[in-house]
Write a protein that binds this ligand. Structure first.
Ligand code: PMP
Length: 317
């Protein structure tokens, strides 16, 4: 754990993982002033080197979120340096190649005491880590989504486009109902027309039709996923046509292939979606051909198995 208290992000120290003390009237506890990030460190085949994937993208996303949430934030350099230092201090926790990764969780929160509604007077930036395997219990097998018709994750003008803690509170109920019914996760629709795809609780959504890949455009209500952005670039360099636009639920039901992207889920094939009681299945219980190809290129880059022509990985040794 690496910790900066008081919002002076130029200094910080490594501490053993443990509880932290905050005032009961901390901004984060009362008014939701909290942002987090998620990125992964992979051990390279040689066993010694460790790769981070695009950490400056996480730094920039946290900075955008901080602006929206009236919080100060570390500079890109401070963020990346703190991530590197934390990962290196925990490098014995990075699993062997092919056996998972070290999940890195930077957290920025208003820890200063505040009673009336206002931004907190002090901030804390913490990074903690944990080794992880696959996100869904299905592993890389296809997941089953339910399209949510009642609950929404984000509204226009709200905070859906930044990685603030309250967005996750908003999905807990819909997600637990879905999981209790046996679904892997929830796919949200826009809250105005209830027709356009938004995203899943913790990942972005893509559809493939006649070899054209489409994904909802970034318009303030969905998180600009770093995996989403990377997959769009990988797909284009692989020769696919990729469209960022409004994607309707009808198109989802008629797609050839559907998949999700995110740091935790990487590229996860969707095996079925259920909408208003109607279940539509894709493929034969395996990866679709397009998502498999994109998964292979992305994970090979992240693990250092192919040359990083994109300059996306940061090598720690
Ligand atoms: N949407 C939401 C709501 C998420 O929590 C995440 C995970 N950060 C994503 C999309 C995917 O973003 P990324 O690819 O940067 O992990």
């Amino acid at each position: 754990m690496k910790c900066n208290i008081d919002g002076d992000f130029s200094k910080g120290e490594l501490q053993r993982f443990g509880n932290i003390e905050v005032s009961p009237s901390a901004g984060v506890l009362n008014y939701g002033q909290g942002l987090f990030e998620g990125l992964k460190a992979y051990r390279k085949e040689d066993g010694n080197n460790i790769l981070l994937f695009r950490p400056e993208e996480n730094a920039n996303r946290m900075r955008n979120g901080a602006e929206r949430m009236c919080m100060p934030a570390p500079t890109v350099e401070q963020f990346v340096e703190a991530v590197k230092e934390t990962v290196l201090a925990n490098k014995h926790w990075v699993p062997p190649p092919g056996k998972g990764s070290l999940y890195v969780r930077p957290l920025l929160m208003g820890t200063g005491a505040v009673l009336g509604l206002a931004p907190a007077p002090e901030y804390t930036f913490i990074i903690y880590v944990s080794p992880v395997g696959n996100y869904f219990k299905e592993g890389v097998a296809p997941i089953n989504l339910i399209v949510e018709n009642e609950f929404h994750r984000a509204t226009p003008g709200g905070t859906g486009g930044v990685k603030t803690i309250g967005n996750y509170a908003a999905v807990l109920k819909a997600q637990s109902i879905a999981k209790a019914k046996g679904y892997s996760d929830v796919l949200y629709l826009d809250c105005v027309y209830k027709r356009f795809l938004e995203e899943v609780s913790s990942c972005n959504i893509f559809i493939v039709k006649d070899n054209v890949i489409s994904t909802p455009e970034i318009k303030g209500t969905i998180l600009p996923g770093i995996t989403r952005k990377s997959i769009i670039d990988v797909a284009r360099t692989q020769g696919f046509q990729v469209e960022e636009r409004n994607v309707t639920v009808d198109e989802l039901l008629e797609a050839d292939e559907v998949f999700c992207t995110g740091t935790a889920v990487v590229v996860s094939p969707v095996g079925s979606v259920t909408y208003k009681g109607k279940r539509v299945s894709y493929g034969e219980g395996t990866f679709g051909t397009v998502s498999k190809q994109l998964y292979t290129v992305l994970t090979s880059l992240q693990m250092g198995l192919i040359e990083d022509n994109m300059n996306w990985t940061v090598n720690l040794s």
